[in-house]
Design a protein around this ligand. Structure first.
Ligand code: CAA
Length: 261
């Protein structure tokens, strides 16, 4: 399917890349783009046969995503804003719950809804010039796409509170120090690093990868017991051919050949 504000491709190693493509607006996400992101992760990506994961990045050399599109903000009222926020939550939840790893390659500004997009991904690779922040308080609003929750999950309450209340932007090194960025790489090498990690994950058992993503996400789900789910997932994995293969390969001192069964 063709999108108006997104570009996607799948490379020779079966890694999908999704580009948020509104470079003139620093890839700011309007409602249409958010709808497309939700559609990509719920409808298109699950049908991309055999992909091992997705890299998300921004078009151009300035921004990953500079936030929700502020130009559409002036007409918002309570009802419209809640609708927009719910649309963002839904789309980003599709990313967080995607059964294959999704890595944000942060190539510039990741602010507001852009930082929230990066945080919904399973990992973040920061280029040296990346800037992260939740500047919503500068506009007299709060994060709308999960930032008040995911930032606390990733960096802890004290630092998250400071960034959310001051609206300060931080650079790649500080983001790395705080645990917001998994790695910092020279500018322009973010996608390559993300793909290197995905290639490593591609050698593992796909069922165990999908279950691990689910389990880690469950830690933050207040309605479900992640420990109980882990016991069940451990049992379910034991019934797979991949588990027998992985354990046999270790014992036989050879590389495992996983089939996803
Ligand atoms: N929405 C709409 N347009 C945006 C944008 C945004 N979030 N961020 C940048 N742009 C546009 C600018 O309007 C400008 O377009 P024009 O050339 O047509 O005027 C273009 O991108 C380049 O921006 P600047 O000229 O401002 O570039 P700069 O290098 O001087 O500054 C910047 C870059 C620091 C990212 C600055 O653009 C900025 O502060 N942007 C807004 C960041 C922000 O507040 N994001 C949070 C939005 S609220 C949100 O996201 C809520 C939520 O959680 C849902």
């Amino acid at each position: 399917m063709d999108y108006k504000n997104l570009l996607y491709s799948v490379d020779e190693n079966n890694i999908a890349t999704l580009i948020i493509n509104r470079p003139k607006a620093y890839n700011a996400i309007n409602a249409e783009t958010m709808g497309e992101i939700g559609h990509f992760f719920s409808k298109t990506a699950p049908k991309l046969k055999g992909i091992v994961g997705v890299v998300v990045t921004g078009a151009g050399d300035k921004a990953f995503v500079a936030g929700a599109d502020i130009k559409a903000f002036l007409t918002l009222d309570n009802k419209k804003a809640q609708k927009l926020s719910k649309q963002g939550h839904l789309a980003y939840n599709h990313i967080e719950n995607f059964d294959k790893p999704v890595i944000a390659a942060v190539n510039g500004f990741a602010l507001g809804g852009g930082c929230e997009l990066a945080m919904a991904c399973h990992m973040r690779i920061a280029g040296a010039k990346a800037k992260f922040g939740q500047p919503e308080v500068n506009l007299g609003i709060v994060p709308g796409y999960g930032g008040s929750q995911r930032l606390v999950q990733l960096i802890g309450k004290g630092k998250a509170m400071e960034l959310l209340l001051t609206g300060d932007m931080i650079g790649a090194e500080e983001a790395h120090r705080l645990g917001l960025a998994n790695h910092v790489v020279p500018q322009g090498e973010e996608v390559a690093k993300a793909k290197e990690i995905l290639l490593k994950i591609a050698t593992k058992g796909p069922i165990s990868i999908a279950k691990t993503i689910e389990l880690v996400n469950l830690y933050f789900n207040k309605k479900k017991d992640g420990f109980k789910a882990e016991i069940e997932a451990f049992g379910a994995c034991a019934d797979t051919k991949d588990f027998k293969e992985g354990a046999s390969a270790f014992i036989e001192k050879r590389k495992a050949n996983f089939t996803g069964k």
